[in-house]
Write a protein that binds this ligand. Structure first.
Ligand SMILES: NC(=O)c1ccc[n+]([C@@H]2O[C@H](COP(=O)([O-])OP(=O)(O)OC[C@H]3O[C@@H](n4cnc5c(N)ncnc54)[C@H](OP(=O)(O)O)[C@@H]3O)[C@@H](O)[C@H]2O)c1
Length: 427
């Protein structure tokens, strides 16, 4: 028998307990021994729980798990940076294997955690930290290991995907769609980490460390969220054959790593454009396998619980067969990450201009002088003196695009530059 200590009995912790209870026979057969939940750490032992827990299992004292010699595997489901990180390190120090769903801790402290795990000869599994129920960590470690991963495009945040879907399908503003996401329980009362792109940044950092064997400091990843996407941008995107998605991108080239999170125009017939609501998707290209795409619910009690229990089973089988696995990942120096100013993309630009003769010519001249060429121009009928002008550029380095934009802003015929969004034509 192997004994499990769980830190946290919230959304995911309760899902894990449910799955382990309802599938205990199946799990026994897969592992070859029983898995017993020995202790569960919570904040408040008297809180009502949605799962049946035997008396004496709940505790408010972390030492009952972290320093308990009977426990083999510690499952961290508290969330946040601290005390989760220090609990994980203490459990490893005490020789316990770790399962965690904590993207923040793995993205920020993965290097120290894996180093300590190797020293102590224990395993660390974190499938649920990226895209909940969607299997992507172990496929990158195992099934796709023969490949050089050329690029990864992910829709890795269900909240923002739900908001963008509502804006697109129901014509809702960002604020209306965010409120709906909060009512549905998809967005937290403080939605910053989701809508400003940080959640997706932690996840793409984890995926790129596996794909490219280099830890990237998440502070060096370019992150832009979806707060500034206007309903007009969604409409113009549709008119031009695109859908706006919050993309998490990781590519490897001779110049370095290109890792970023930002909203982007995605061609409407690309699979990524069809991933809606709270679904997550990872689309990647390996030199041998070609294109691989998988999609699933990126969060939620049972999908995330499914990934956590799979990790518990995986480690338990390894303990039974006495087989340890360690990731071999180096640190990525800041100068290995390509500055976004040097990255080439097409851009969608929405301006409002005064409807006077010669405006377009002045704008086109500035773009031309900066080597920015235009792929398409959409000018709306005149309804008042200020009209929207929508442009899509051909591929250009960001530094030239932004130089043009700053010059165009100074033109007196230009009222405002409303949006600048990258267009990912060739995913
Ligand atoms: N929710 C999802 O769909 C989802 C999806 C993917 C990954 N994740 C990740 O899974 C992890 C858990 O998320 P969750 O949604 O399950 O969180 P949650 O519902 O907020 O649950 C947190 C649990 O941890 C306990 N806890 C928190 N701080 C504690 C402390 N200092 N000492 C002792 N117990 C403490 C709480 O105790 P009480 O119950 O007594 O308050 C609660 O049971 C996070 O890392 C999250 O990013 C979640």
């Amino acid at each position: 028998m192997l004994k499990i200590g769980i830190l946290g009995l919230g959304t995911v912790g309760s899902g894990v307990v449910k799955i382990m209870q309802q599938n205990s026979v199946n799990i026994h057969n897969k592992v070859g021994t029983d898995l017993k939940i020995e202790k569960i750490l919570v904040n408040n032992i008297n809180k009502e729980r949605i799962v049946d827990i035997e008396p004496g299992v709940l505790t408010e004292n972390e030492s009952d798990i972290l320093d308990n010699p009977a426990i083999d595997i510690v499952v961290e489901l508290i969330g946040g940076e601290e005390p989760a990180y220090k609990y994980i390190m203490r459990a490893i120090e005490n020789g316990k294997h770790i399962v965690t769903a904590n993207k923040l801790v793995i993205a920020k402290h993965g290097k120290e955690i894996f180093k300590k795990a190797e020293e102590k000869n224990v395993q660390v599994s974190y499938e649920a930290s990226v895209a909940g129920g969607l299997p992507i960590i172990r496929p990158l470690q195992n099934s796709l290991a023969a490949n050089r991963i050329e690029k990864i495009y992910g829709i890795l945040n269900g909240t923002t995907n739900y908001i963008l879907t509502k804006m697109s399908e129901d014509n809702q503003s960002f604020e209306e769609a965010l409120l709906k996401a909060q009512e549905m329980g998809y967005a937290e009362s403080d939605p910053t980490s989701d809508v400003d792109g940080y959640d997706a940044a932690y996840k793409i950092t984890i995926l790129s460390s596996l794909a490219y064997q280099r830890f990237v400091d998440v502070e060096n990843v370019y992150v832009e969220g979806i707060r500034n996407i206007a309903i007009d941008d969604i409409k113009f995107a549709k008119e031009m054959g695109y859908v706006i998605k919050l993309l998490a991108i990781a590519k490897n080239s001779d110049e370095g790593l290109d890792i970023r999170v930002h909203p982007a125009f995605v061609p409407e017939n690309h699979t990524l454009a069809m991933i809606n609501n709270t679904y997550n998707c990872v689309y990647l290209h390996g030199d041998a396998v070609g294109e691989v795409m998988s999609s699933a619910e990126g969060a939620g009690q049972m999908p995330t619980g499914s990934a956590v229990v799979a990790d518990i089973i995986y480690i338990s089988k390894n303990i039974n067969y006495n087989k340890q696995e360690y990731p071999k990942i180096d640190s990525c120096q800041k100068n290995n990450i390509i500055d976004t100013k040097e990255i080439e993309s097409s851009f969608y630009i929405r301006l409002s201009v005064f409807d006077k003769p010669g405006v377009m010519a002045k704008i086109a001249k500035i773009f031309g002088d900066n080597n920015v060429s235009l792929a398409s121009v959409l000018q709306k009928e005149r309804l008042n003196p200020v009209v929207p002008l929508v442009l899509i550029t051909h591929s250009v380095k960001e530094k030239y695009l932004y130089k043009s934009i700053s010059e165009i802003k100074e033109l007196e015929d230009v009222n405002d530059i409303n949006s600048v969004i990258r267009v990912e034509k060739h995913i």
